[in-house]
Design a protein around this ligand. Structure first.
Ligand code: ADP
Ligand code: MG
Length: 698
């Protein structure tokens, strides 16, 4: 790895290094990884005559020519400073006027002189005065000096204030000239050969200053593969580690708690639950740590499955930690489990960030003394001062919020504890193996008996309001969900909706607001009001997305459903119909494009989470699928700037991801400690240690 500080790149220095750090560039390698978000084709210039023929156009053009005349600027009339440059094009087919204003005038006058050859790039207008460019990028061409901004494909970067793109390009060029040969290759030669991947130095050079379009796409192919490959190596490495560790806390099946507990349940397990419990118990009783993912649609009964494993842990005198992605969910788990365990001797405890000091101290004491058997919490459970006496089982609810790294951090709390991950997000088959190759999987595909299907319909808000009133009059409750793109907007739109609904539409009902920017305490208060039946309508954003269980809620209105992915819609819909009552999910749609319309039509037709997930992936493509629906599911590619993500054709990513897996797993099997692949190991460990930094996690 080339960890050389950027300040040593020619032209950078300490002052600019400080600016570069603002965009995350510290080392030469960071610099190389800072890929352009766009390439501008400035290979060939266009003549004045050709320009006249193609205008009007919204595109930018490259024009080269000789400066014939410079007017204005020096003696500004009043305060409007303006300079006009007349450029005769290289082919001699006509003139182009360049206009510069205000702050730019001084600089232009200082740099441009009559008789110079200059290259310009920008939008062109055909005015009465002739061809005119009033916003342009330019360079004075000097014989013998290679231009970085013209006569080539030119990289465009997202930069920060204080760094001009021309200088940045120069620094990049200098860095590549001096250091690209020394970047370390870490993909084994046989893999590179098999996949015909360009060498790393060439890939970086061509990613910034491509010699040919093909070289550019090959460079990207290599860089993308590299990222996926490291990810898959981490997954494979994880797997190999688990398979060779023996756990310290081992189990016996005593059944002295399990049997009475099971008998106390008001129902029998479904076949899917039985299989899952068998899988889990087999793992727990084995000498190697469990690392299992339970996939089951909303309402499939994952909680009791998880509870069974906690009872087995208790039976052996061990503790269980349950991690929920949000506070309301942690609270709900606490409630559900406390009542599930009320018959047995399992002591549950809720640990949250917002606890009073004294309560917290007591809770921590119960955890460290081993009095608490099952500890439920959010990320707060990760914190260093939380010490368990005998933690043997970690249950993570909703996988998509926890990546490989967090799991590793948690494992560090116990001595190689068993890990059980629950998710209601069905991962499309095409991705499942690649993303969760380090986990064993059990699926629960049947729902408990007596579950009524949620009817899903589309209509107007007004129609929905009428239906909501009817439901509330019958003693039921309703969700109204508003879309959000960013948290700020999210807060805004939910607040506005809340005001409108409570003042104008439902003045006679009790309406409560819940959004992501509320304090944790306010959030859980709102949630509690709703689950205790003290409010009729919960107006919210997607914070209710996962897991919340309100049996009296029979109606959900999702406004602007076109803004969500199918997986999110499906998750939302799973919040209702949990009490055996007939329930309705109502969507309104506005301004949807054809893809969105197709999503909605699938959503109306199907209630199978797996089917919808596959469709979501197909319609949205992997990039968006990860970005929006599966937020944070995968800690991949974050080394490269976001713009890069936009560049790659989405679906082919899955193919690359799978190729990476197919290469990584056999490699790690052959060389589990990566003894013969030092460079790869170094890189892998560097990525892992970044992941261990918990500050980055939440
Ligand atoms: P999930 O977490 O998978 O979405 P839950 O565990 O919350 O689902 O279960 C949903 C509801 O179904 C709960 O009220 C639970 O008590 C109930 N339930 C779970 N298993 C069964 C079963 N085998 N038979 C009947 N009801 C069940
Ligand atoms: Mg659940």
């Amino acid at each position: 790895m080339d960890k050389t500080d950027v300040r040593y790149i020619k032209g950078v220095g300490p002052g600019n290094a400080f600016l570069l750090e603002k965009i995350g560039i510290r080392t030469v390698e960071d610099m190389f990884a800072y890929l352009p978000f766009r390439m501008e084709d400035r290979r060939n210039y266009i003549s004045a005559r050709e320009l006249t023929a193609v205008l009007p156009s919204d595109e930018s053009f490259f024009v080269a020519g000789t400066v014939k005349k410079i007017t204005g600027g020096k003696s500004p009339r009043r305060r409007a400073r303006i300079v006009e440059i007349t450029l005769e094009d290289k082919a001699g087919t006509g003139n182009i006027r360049l206009l510069a204003f205000q702050n730019r005038v001084k600089y232009i006058l200082a740099v441009i002189e009559i008789g110079q050859e200059i290259a310009v790039y920008g939008k062109v207008e055909l005015l009465a005065e002739g061809l005119t460019m009033s916003n342009f990028d330019f360079e004075v061409l000097k014989a013998g000096q290679k231009s970085l901004s013209f006569f080539r494909r030119v990289p465009v970067y997202r930069l920060t204030k204080g760094i001009s793109i021309k200088r940045f390009r120069r620094w990049m060029w200098n860095a590549l000239e001096k250091y690209s040969q020394s970047v370390e290759e870490f993909i084994p030669a046989d893999i590179r050969k098999r996949l015909a991947l360009p060498p790393r130095p060439a890939a970086f050079r061509n990613a910034h200053f491509p010699e040919t379009p093909r070289a550019l796409s090959e460079a990207y192919r290599r860089i993308k593969f590299e990222e996926f490959f490291i990810f898959e190596c981490a997954v494979a490495y994880n797997r190999a580690q688990i398979k060779k560790t023996r756990k310290e806390l081992t189990y016996k099946l005593k059944k002295n708690l399990l049997t009475p507990w099971k008998d106390s349940l008001p129902f029998d397990f479904t076949s899917g639950q039985k299989t899952a419990i068998n899988d889990i118990f087999r793992d727990m009783l084995s000498p190697f740590p469990m690392n299992r993912l339970i996939q089951g649609d909303v309402g499939s009964g994952k909680t009791v499955v998880a509870a069974s494993s906690a009872v087995l842990a208790k039976e052996n005198g061990y503790q269980t930690a349950i991690l929920a992605p949000t506070l309301p969910l942690a609270e709900q788990h606490f409630k559900t489990l406390s009542s599930l365990f009320s018959a047995g001797r399992v002591k549950t405890l809720l640990l949250t960030g917002g606890m009073k000091k004294e309560d917290r101290r007591l809770a921590l004491e119960e955890i460290s003394s081993g009095k608490a058997d099952v500890v439920i919490g959010t990320h707060a459970l990760f914190q260093e001062h939380v010490k368990f006496k005998k933690l043997s089982l970690v249950i993570i609810d909703e996988q998509q919020r926890f990546g490989v790294h967090q799991k590793a951090a948690l494992s560090a709390k116990g001595s190689s504890p068993d890990i059980l991950v629950l998710t209601a997000t069905p991962i499309p088959r095409a991705l499942s193996l690649a993303l969760f190759g380090d986990l064993d999987r059990s699926e629960i595909r049947v729902l408990p008996p007596g579950r009524k299907k949620v009817e899903t319909i589309q209509g107007s808000s007004q129609e929905a309001y009428d239906l909501i009133s009817k439901q509330i009059d019958k003693g039921f409750q309703a969700f109204v969900v508003y879309p959000c793109i960013e948290e700020a907007q999210d807060e805004h739109s939910a607040k506005a909706a809340y005001k409108y609904l409570s003042d104008e539409v439902f003045p006679d009902y009790r309406v409560t607001l819940l959004h992501g920017r509320m304090t944790p305490a306010a959030k859980s208060a709102a949630m509690e009001k709703f689950s205790d039946g003290k409010t009729d309508i919960l107006v919210s954003t997607t914070v209710i997305e996962v897991g919340v269980d309100i049996p009296r809620a029979t109606f959900m209105l999702i406004e602007n459903a076109q803004m969500y992915g199918l997986s999110t819609l499906h998750q939302l819909r799973g919040r209702i119909g949990r009490g055996g009552e007939k329930s309705c999910c109502f969507v309104t749609v506005a301004g949807a494009d054809s893809l969105a319309l197709e999503r909605i039509s699938c959503f109306l037709k199907s209630s199978d989470g797996f089917e919808l997930a596959e469709k979501d992936l197909e319609l949205r493509g992997a990039g968006q699928y990860f970005g929006a629906a599966q937020h944070g599911m995968m800690d991949i590619s974050f080394n490269y700037n976001k713009a890069l993500e936009e560049k790659f054709p989405d679906l082919s990513d899955i193919a690359v991801l799978n190729t990476a897996r197919e290469e990584a797993f056999p490699l790690l099997e052959k060389d589990p400690a990566l003894r013969n692949n030092r460079a790869l190991k170094t890189r892998l460990m560097a990525r892992f240690s970044e992941g261990f930094n918990l500050a980055k996690v939440s």
